[in-house]
Design a protein around this ligand. Structure first.
Ligand code: KG4
Ligand code: ZN
Length: 340
């Protein structure tokens, strides 16, 4: 038996401070401190996020090591999110990761947040073995900041087939929620209200861009005008129709996502379908993904709900695959804010 690899993963790209310890690809701990400060602003406030990371980072890492029952001297490497994300937030995690790797004299591994969302599908939980996708697979990464359709040929060979030209899918959920006066993040709230709503009650036009690209800004605008016009006639329009409004806008976003995924399945004839990112927690998306997989006789892989949104276990597993390739970085590496 080869010796186990223990990776500490650190995630601080947006508004969640997270640390995880994995043994090879198995999660031993995955601690997430979500920042509540942003809810009242209807979105993430970068300055507040950096400060909260600064407060949370040491307790979160300490808890992750304790829950994993791993001493810091047993760690094989430290993996951290180097981008994309908010610069002030990234600096907190990356500076801490560097200092810790330096003091423990272990390798430092930089991780791209988007690759990590995809590779979250390779994580295992103790005593609950899960099938993992085989290469090549199609992956739709849908989060608050990104909507990316990828053909993944190997762990770090991800070919972009399409993506959003404006808002991300998660952003579309968050903005729709804001229009309805619901708190941030809006995706989970819309998902909840939609459960008891009629998705066919209101129709919203979805964009039909050529190829495999997405656009959500038109949908958001038509939703905004629709709600605004109806409020003029009936000030209680939102309260009286909240479930149907949530279900209808959710249907439009999911349909837009799935149309291009279906097109990609037809184009590539790929039989392995994978979803990743916060929006892949959406119950309607998960059901639509299953229908698509059934229709084309594909295998479907969805991260467990806790691994869809930002977490450090996905950073650790991405770090693990880089560790195996001995892809380390020096302490002078600097975070990047946008995709590269
Ligand atoms: O991956 P993630 O945690 O962060 C980014 O990297 O952006 O994704 C967060 C996004 C938010 O926009 C949130 O509203 C959305 O994922 N989200 C959902 C659901 N859970 C989270 N959207 C729709 N339905 C959900 N159940
Ligand atoms: Zn994310």
């Amino acid at each position: 038996m080869p010796m186990s690899v223990y990776i500490l993963g650190i995630e601080s790209s947006c508004d969640d401070t997270s640390a995880a310890v994995i043994q090879d690809t198995t999660i031993l701990s995955n601690v997430i401190a979500s920042q509540k400060v942003h809810a009242e602003y209807g979105g993430v406030v970068p300055e507040l996020a950096s400060r909260a990371h600064q407060q949370n980072i040491i307790p979160v890492i300490d808890t992750a090591l304790k829950r994993a029952k791993i001493h810091k001297n047993q760690l094989s490497a430290i993996a951290f999110t180097n981008g994309p994300g908010l610069l002030g937030s990234l600096l907190v995690g990356s500076s801490f990761a560097k200092a810790m790797a330096y003091s423990l004299n272990v390798p430092l591994v930089e991780v791209d947040h988007l690759q990590a969302h995809v590779l979250a599908n390779f994580l295992q939980k103790p005593d609950a073995p899960k099938a993992v996708p085989s290469f090549p697979f199609l992956c739709l990464t849908v989060s608050g900041g990104h909507t990316l359709l990828l053909q993944v040929n190997d762990y770090f060979d991800m070919q972009r087939l399409g993506g959003t030209i404006d808002d991300a899918a998660g952003e579309a959920f968050d903005k729709a929620a804001k229009i309805l006066g619901l708190p941030y993040p809006g995706g989970p709230v819309i998902d909840k209200y939609a459960q008891e709503g009629d998705p066919d009650r209101f129709q919203f036009a979805i964009s039909h861009l050529p190829g495999l690209d997405y656009s959500f800004s038109g949908l958001k605008t038509s939703f905004l005008y629709f709600v605004r016009d109806n409020l003029k006639d009936n000030p209680n329009f939102i309260e009286e129709n909240i479930h149907d409004l949530a279900a209808s806008i959710q249907k439009a976003i999911i349909q837009s996502l799935m149309n291009k995924m279906e097109k990609a399945v037809k184009q590539t004839r790929c039989k392995e379908l994978v979803f990743a990112g916060g929006v892949s927690a959406n119950s309607a998306l998960r059901a639509a993904a299953q229908r698509l997989a059934d229709k084309y006789h594909c295998n479907l892989y969805l991260p467990s709900l806790d691994l869809t949104t930002d977490n450090a276990a996905m950073i650790a597993v991405c770090g693990y695959f880089k560790y195996l390739k001995k892809e380390f970085v020096n302490v002078d590496v600097v975070p990047y804010s946008s995709s590269r």
